[in-house]
Write a protein that binds this ligand. Structure first.
Ligand SMILES: NC(=O)c1ccc[n+]([C@@H]2O[C@H](COP(=O)([O-])OP(=O)(O)OC[C@H]3O[C@@H](n4cnc5c(N)ncnc54)[C@H](OP(=O)(O)O)[C@@H]3O)[C@@H](O)[C@H]2O)c1
Length: 317
């Protein structure tokens, strides 16, 4: 497994990280099983994955508990990245970035994960309750001084917000969606990350499974799966992703890797990307996905994939 240093930190991240959203067991269907999730984490450790991305809202804490169980005594050998600031209001998630909420959220995460300090703490998404940046990031600095986390990142903030935040606190990373069908990063945030020296952690590289090529027809998901309400699995947007995935499958077969590895490897090979976070429910998925690391330097493969992506067009609306 290839690793890259997250700029401004002592953290070496495998180019393929493990995303814990699905193993939280809410919003990802009825086939999530804790034993399989733990087995997937074990396989990731065996195959050299050095970092795990979780969040309090993934199963409202359940993902953290499964991650803690799966890592066991290896907690100290890997990087745990988690998030802070999003609260549950009824069945909805709401970003509440007050000092009190940040402290309570972080302390609950430390307890669930069974650690004293988080390696990388990320604000999950911009505030939906009008707390100014100055209040939020000063409160986070207090928590950092208390030793509750080491490094700070943000998720889902736009290019305009990043320099404002970086002028208040020491920021090291941006996490946002990036894949062959979701390319907004290239338009604004990439240049800003470069200017500010931030690492970029790319989520949803498989477009929630669509770019594995496994969906040959528009799927029907149970209501418990958020993809039942995801337009990328319907109509023309589904056809776009499905045809792109079919072409990626041809490249994958020539190179001798699974299709998912090509989709993930493309993201990992893009300028400005430090590492990619991939969700997995089972060990076999991890085995396929980590093969992306073999491809990162294969410029000829990316020339072909870029030509295919150009034929299919960019982010469909
Ligand atoms: N900061 C944020 O706001 C934010 C937002 C989204 C995600 N994230 C993070 O990024 C991680 C990754 O994103 P994501 O999980 O939403 O999407 P993703 O990585 O694009 O897709 C993951 C899903 O694809 C399917 N899959 C994975 N590998 C596969 C394989 N080899 N073959 C077939 N199917 C496979 C699995 O679901 P099925 O088996 O059910 O198809 C899996 O749950 C998350 O877990 C989370 O840690 C962060």
């Amino acid at each position: 497994m290839r690793t890259r240093r997250l700029p401004g930190t002592d953290l070496d991240l495998s180019v393929v990280g493990f995303g814990c959203w699905a193993i939280g067991k809410t919003w990802w269907g009825d086939d999530v099983d804790d034993d399989s999730s733990v087995a997937a984490i074990h396989r990731a450790l065996d195959l050299g994955v050095t970092w795990f991305d979780t969040a309090p809202i993934y199963g409202w804490g359940h993902a953290d508990e499964v991650l803690a169980k799966g890592l066991g005594s290896h907690k100290k050998d890997v990087v745990i990245a988690t998030k802070v600031g999003v609260s549950r209001i009824g069945e909805h998630a709401h970003s509440l970035l007050t000092a009190e909420n940040l402290r309570a959220d972080l302390e609950a995460s430390l307890t669930r994960l069974g650690v004293d300090c988080i390696d990388l703490l990320q604000v999950h998404w911009p505030c939906e309750s009008s707390t100014p940046f100055e209040v939020t990031f000063a409160a986070l600095d207090d928590l950092r001084r208390e030793g509750k986390f080491k490094h700070l990142g943000v998720c889902n903030y736009n290019a305009a917000a990043l320099p404002q935040i970086a002028s208040i606190t020491k920021l090291v990373s941006l996490q946002m969606g990036y894949s062959l069908v979701r390319r907004e990063f290239e338009a604004g945030e990439r240049a800003m990350c470069e200017q500010l020296g931030l690492g970029m952690l790319a989520y949803e590289p498989l477009c929630r499974g669509l770019l594995t090529g496994k969906f040959t027809h528009a799927p029907t998901f149970p209501e418990t799966d958020l993809r039942a309400r995801d337009d990328r699995f319907k109509g023309n947007r589904f056809l776009h992703g499905q045809r792109l995935a079919a072409d990626l499958a041809k490249v994958a077969s020539k190179v001798g890797v699974p299709t998912s590895a090509v989709a993930i490897g493309w993201v990992a090979a893009q300028p400005g990307v430090t590492a990619v976070i991939v969700g997995a429910k089972r060990p076999e998925q991890v085995e396929q996905n980590v093969r992306a690391a073999e491809l990162v330097d294969k410029a000829k493969v990316w020339e072909v994939v870029n030509r295919i992506a150009a034929v299919h067009g960019g982010t469909p609306r």
